[in-house]
Design a protein. Sequence first.
Length: 233
Amino acid sequence: MSKKSPDQPYYLKYRELGWLDRPLPQAPEFFPQKAIDRLCRIGGSDDKTDRISLADELRTTAKVFWVAAMSSPLGVQGGPESQTPDARKRTITSSVLRPAVLLIEALSDQNLTLLSEWPDELPSPPPNRHTLIEELTKLRNRTRDLVEVLDDRKRKGSAISQEFKIDFANALADVFERYFPDAQPSRGGYDRTQSPSSEYQAFLTACAQEVFGDGFKFSGNVLDEVAKLRGNR
């Protein structure tokens, strides 16, 4: 039987899109009973394994990372196409940051005479100028923060799609270790054969493909990084 799950896994925050809330595709049914039974066979579970709790955790984890994949340019099947930090920075700067800066300047007190309506009466309702400036300032600052993050990621040579896979694999590894403590313990290294012998690797691969399809795979580098994060347990 598994140990008690953490009350709030760190990755639950990924399902909150915040101010970028937008319509997403219809989420598939994650981890039906047939898939859970298969995963239990991979992990070598016994009658004490809480399959209901396992299914609940995997479905929650799947939904969280699915939302992230459908909301970010990660190149995951069904989601936005992958973009390099440089490409994203160029697009964000030209289409969001510069227009926001120009509008803030255009709505400032010193330029306000250009928008004078005297002596006419216009039919459309007036916007709240101060609210506009306040919200545009937030957008400008938020976008500048994102550009800095993208610059930092480029300097470190850290691809966001790679980070996503490491994060996802690490979350699945945590589930595996708690529900299948007696399975093959090796976490270090990577079995590069077509049929991995490690229950651990087979479980992670099966879970990932259950969520994102057969084309989604964890590379050796990804699994090696997860092994480092988990202390080669």
